[in-house]
Design a protein around this ligand. Structure first.
Ligand SMILES: [Zn+2]
Length: 473
């Protein structure tokens, strides 16, 4: 009797094990070892077929994904010592913030609800002249890294000054960045002349070549703050090092009107005429772009970045996003700001606003849907930054950049449609765990690469010193 029971127990144990491993018990000894396994979540891959794995796993080795699929299949092939339990969570490619100025976190809310002109000339330019130095930029970047990681952003494109310091802090926080040193035709906080900015940017581009996380870029600010020569010199320097060119394009009505008057053509056509447009350009805003402009942007494979919060907050206009997508342009999403034109770095909010802004502008609820804005925050954002071979979806061979989003929140249940939930219900604060290049940078809402307490304290101190410098309090 006893022997019979023991035999039964062994058979039962065998059946359980075989069931647990998807019937591959005998294949287990051959399983390859990976560094991290994100296991058991609803994996929203954003691959070409937009595959969703209800009970999925992502296997990670080094900084890359080696497998994505149904949990049973992935775990039949791979084993690991480090499992991140994603059960009951959404697993997404990390969000891509295609346009921002991260050190400006320290000027967040400095003075809002004024015209762009007043904001720039009465507050921002004086505040920058008196306060912005390399140390300021470092603390602002650390603060922005904390805020962005908390909201599931894994890659961002930035345009500011002392961009080499932005790059160092971005790398230290374990984030991926396309970071552009700003060219502007007046003395900036870091470089006082064009020859200085050219020399600085050349050193900067050389230094970061081949880095795993940082892509150094040149960022001529816009056609209204840069001469033709500055624009062409910045583009030529970037192209010498195969670096991206980040620029604000057609972001204001005045910019478009002035270009028509001075150049006899639109901002987009002017940039084409002077040889700037190309498949290495990332154009922020693209609000005043007509059909001919859109055709040109598509032909030249320019990436565009839509910033709905910013466009609404400074009342600059509405980018024709549905038309740009229809023309075949890669359109990503950005927060811009974070000061004066947003004022935060939450890309999930931009998804929500992008859809709703398009709907109300066209008085058509079908104008831009939830899936489209999730694409803009992930795979299309990657295309806009010309990085779609590396990031933007969860697929074998791509970088292991991903965000786990909690569904155990009052705003997360019930869930009928994943894309609608992402666009309209879930918030950046629902992000729990973030992995960038295979490294866990936030685990269950605890930041692992930024000393948050110290950063918050420093940011409050900067708040006081900036106010004092402007005689505000
Ligand atoms: Zn901007």
């Amino acid at each position: 009797m006893e022997r019979k029971n023991a035999a039964m127990a062994i058979v039962t144990l065998f059946l359980i094990l075989a069931g647990l491993t998807g019937g591959t018990l005998f294949g287990q000894t051959n399983r390859e070892t990976v560094d991290v396994m994100v296991s058991g979540g609803t994996v929203v891959s954003m691959d070409a077929k937009r595959t969703i794995y209800e009970d999925g796993s992502v296997a990670i080795r080094g900084d890359s994904i080696v497998a994505v699929g149904a949990r049973a299949e992935v775990e039949a092939k791979y084993k690991t010592a480090q499992t991140i339990d994603a059960k009951g969570r959404l697993v997404l490619p990390g969000f891509i913030n295609g346009h921002t100025h991260v050190p400006m976190t320290l000027l967040r809310g400095l003075h809002d609800d004024v015209t762009l002109n007043d904001w720039l000339y009465k507050y921002i330019f004086p505040a920058e002249a008196k306060n912005v130095n390399e140390e300021f930029v470092r603390w602002g970047t650390r603060l922005a890294a904390a805020e962005q990681i908390r909201a599931g952003v894994t890659t961002f494109a930035d345009m500011y000054y002392f961009e080499d310091a932005v790059a160092e802090e971005t790398k230290a926080a374990g984030m991926r960045g396309v970071l552009g040193e700003t060219f502007i035709d007046f003395p900036a906080p870091d470089n006082k002349s064009e020859s200085e900015v050219l020399a600085y940017t050349e050193r900067f581009l050389k230094r970061w070549q081949g880095d795993a996380l940082i892509q150094a870029a040149a960022a001529p600010h816009s056609i209204y703050t840069c001469s033709k020569k500055t624009l062409q010199d910045a583009a030529a320097l970037a192209r010498k090092y195969h670096a991206p060119i980040l620029i604000h394009v057609a972001e204001m009505k005045k910019e478009w009107e002035d270009s028509e008057k001075q150049n006899g053509m639109s901002p987009v056509q002017y940039l084409e005429k002077i040889g700037v447009l190309g498949p290495d350009v990332v154009a922020a805003h693209c609000i005043y772009v007509d059909e001919a402009d859109r055709k040109l942007l598509a032909e030249r494979q320019v990436g565009c970045v839509h910033n709905p919060s910013s466009n609404m907050m400074i009342a600059s206009g509405v980018s024709p996003v549905p038309e740009m997508r229809a023309a075949g342009i890669a359109v990503g999403l950005g927060t811009d700001g974070p000061a004066g034109s947003n004022n935060d770095l939450d890309l999930m909010e931009e998804m929500d606003l992008a859809a709703k802004l398009a709907k109300i502008t066209k008085m058509d609820p079908l104008a831009l849907n939830a899936r489209a804005v999730v694409e803009m925050a992930t795979i299309d954002g990657a295309r806009a930054l010309h990085m779609e071979k590396e990031i933007g979806s969860l697929e074998a061979g791509k970088k292991a950049d991903l965000a786990l989003i909690s569904l155990d929140e009052p705003n997360a249940v019930p869930m009928y449609d994943i894309y609608a939930q992402l666009a309209y219900s879930l918030k950046g604060s629902d992000v729990e765990t973030v992995v960038i290049g295979g490294r866990v940078v936030m685990r269950e809402r605890k930041l692992l690469t930024v000393n948050e307490e110290e950063v918050l304290r420093k940011a409050r101190e900067y708040g006081k010193s900036v106010s004092l410098s402007l005689g505000m309090k």
